[in-house]
Design a protein around this ligand. Structure first.
Ligand code: C2E
Ligand code: MG
Ligand code: MG
Ligand code: MG
Length: 283
């Protein structure tokens, strides 16, 4: 499997490798109308405090139910949206919708994590898009965490960095997603004061399978984040053993199927009213 070869979260993206040119063209045609047809919804996956297991945030994850193609995974449509720059209007919608949901329906201590693509960051007014989403929804900027991957440093790095710094000046935080995959260079950590490093699922699952290398890497990332004044989130924790391990390695936050899959907004809200969220403390 791709993740065992260091592909990590690219498991999600893997299907895109199998999209042939014709399928891709058809998806692109439909994608152009998807926003106006209201074909997107957001699902929300809990992020829990590693020690208390309380929900501290939800990550917004886009879902596309296409009239022509049915459900299409983000691994397929996000890369197409990025290549065609359709990710810019789609991303603006995600920003508005996720901020609205968080401000309207979640307790004030619960944050929202939103994935942002490089193409969005190099738009002239990315920070303006964020400001508008915050002011329309009334969301406190401190409750918004923007997730980016190392790919933002591939080109127009300075523009992307400045856009993120503007968001941080507003009070938002920034997470480095899928850390350890792609073209990891520790130099990136000097360029921007990320709030959080998200340790890629491939290391978590490696550690769960007793891979000494994965263990050593997580330990090193946690120590490094600590020295840099950043926190860590472990992605892709699927069982209690992995959760225990991650806790012992000192990650601050955990995300993964063990604590909750991405779920519709209505289900996410129920977590707060439940006395005991799946055997864990309530948020
Ligand atoms: P990501 O930001 O790294 O999100 C985590 C992905 O891992 C999600 O896949 C989630 O469902 C999956 N995941 C979470 N916990 C587990 C686990 O325990 N085991 C396994 N096997 N998988 C887990 P999803 O929803 O398919 O999204 C894939 C990627 O698509 C995201 O990766 C993100 O890069 C991108 N994406 C999704 N929504 C958006 C969006 O609104 N905007 C942008 N720019 N990208 C998005
Ligand atoms: Mg990912
Ligand atoms: Mg993410
Ligand atoms: Mg990730």
């Amino acid at each position: 499997r791709a993740k065992d070869e260091g592909g990590g979260e690219h498991c999600e993206y893997e299907p895109s490798l199998h999209v042939n040119a014709e399928e891709r063209r058809l998806l692109e045609v439909s994608l152009r109308h998807a926003l106006e047809r209201n074909e997107f919804v957001l699902h929300y996956q809990p992020v829990v405090d590693a020690n208390t297991e309380e929900v501290v945030s939800f990550e917004a994850l886009a879902r596309w139910n296409s009239e022509e193609h049915g459900f299409v995974s983000p691994g397929k449509f996000i890369p197409i949206a990025e290549d065609t720059r359709l990710i810019v209007p789609i991303g603006t919608w995600v920003m508005q919708e996720a901020c609205r949901e968080a401000a309207a329906n979640w307790p004030e201590h619960v944050k929202v994590n939103i994935n942002v693509s490089p193409e969005q960051l190099v738009e002239p007014d990315f920070a303006g898009t964020v400001v508008r989403a915050l002011s329309h929804s009334g969301l406190d900027p401190k409750r918004l965490e923007i997730e980016v991957t190392e790919s933002i440093f591939m080109r127009d790095a300075d523009v992307a960095r400045k856009a993120l710094e503007q968001c941080m000046a507003l009070g938002c935080s920034v997470a480095l997603d899928d850390f350890g995959t792609g073209y990891s260079s520790l130099g990136y950590l000097r360029k921007l004061k990320f709030t959080t490093i998200k340790v890629d699922r491939s290391f978590v699952q490696g550690a769960g399978q007793n891979s000494p290398e994965s263990l050593a890497i997580i330990r090193a990332v946690v120590a490094m984040a600590d020295s840099l004044g950043m926190t860590t989130t472990a992605e892709g924790v699927e069982n209690e053993d992995e959760a225990d391990l991650i806790r012992r390695l000192g990650c601050n936050k955990i995300q993964g199927y063990h604590f909750g899959r991405p779920m519709p907004a209505d289900d996410a809200v129920k977590i707060f009213s439940r006395k005991d969220a799946g055997g864990r403390k309530r948020a």
